[in-house]
Design a protein around this ligand. Structure first.
Ligand code: PXP
Length: 241
């Protein structure tokens, strides 16, 4: 069965809407773990729009499951990751003006730079995942670059406006997951997954971990974080193999 990694960035988004010190993503992480999350994910962005360096430092001390740091492959972030030593890093493309991560990493066109970044992270015992679109050439590149894992971008699947597009995008995710496994990579998936579109993704046996944030935090506003996470876990248990 797939494990659920919970992204808590948007707890920090709510805090930053007022620029005060609550709600605290550190508290959210503890509740998520007690509800059954297999790990906690935060994205430390260049502009620090939600998660702050302080959050990451404390989470490193307090997270008892697994801490996944999403970050751009920049010098600053590599330095922070090497110091904090999260259990894993997911390298993502990052644009200042975007609302959320828009596309996957183009591992092919920046392979030289990524190679150095991956080496410097692995050197500190940090496992490295590349967030990529479900395209074969990107998966092959991730393998060549000696990434430990890939995270398949499910955004196009999640945002599909017709059944036909959804089916087509789902097939791409299925094929990408299979190709990743054939190459010996760990395979994760995420972006835009919610309580409605998750079942077909849960049925893909080649996917190890799910990375889900916005839909869980949105539901938590109404039913509480513990319940929102347990509801998501129920879907994974019901449809998972
Ligand atoms: N995976 C990556 C690489 C992301 O950047 C995000 C968004 O922070 C997610 C997964 C989670 O996406 P969502 O918040 O839509 O569940």
């Amino acid at each position: 069965m797939q494990s659920l990694m919970v992204n808590i960035d948007h707890v920090a988004t709510l805090r930053e809407a007022r620029g005060i010190d609550y709600p605290d993503p550190v508290h959210a992480a503890s509740i998520a773990e007690m509800a059954g999350a297999s790990g906690i994910i935060v994205h430390l962005r260049e502009d620090r729009r939600h998660i702050k360096d302080r959050d990451l430092r404390i989470l490193r001390e307090t997270v008892k499951t697994k801490l996944n740091l999403e970050m751009a492959a920049t010098e600053e972030m590599v330095g922070i990751a090497r110091k904090i030593k999260p259990d894993m890093v997911t390298l993502v493309p990052e644009k200042r003006e975007e609302l959320t991560t828009e596309g996957g990493l183009d591992a092919k066109s920046q392979s030289e730079r990524l190679k150095g970044v991956i080496e410097r992270l692995k050197d500190k015992g940090i496992r490295v995942s590349l967030f990529i679109d479900p395209e074969e050439e990107q998966i092959i590149e991730a393998h060549k670059l000696k990434a430990d894992m890939i995270e398949i971008h499910t955004g196009r699947y999640s945002d599909a406006v017709t059944e036909a597009i959804r089916e087509r995008e789902l097939k791409k995710v299925v094929n990408a997951a299979r190709r990743g496994k054939e190459l010996g990579l760990g395979v994760n998936a995420g972006h835009g997954l919610n309580y409605h579109n998750l079942p077909p993704i849960v049925m893909i046996k080649d996917i190890d971990e799910l990375s889900i944030g916005h839909s869980i935090i949105a539901r938590a506003v109404f039913v509480g974080l513990d319940r929102a996470i347990r509801d998501m876990l129920d879907i994974i248990k019901s449809y998972g193999t």
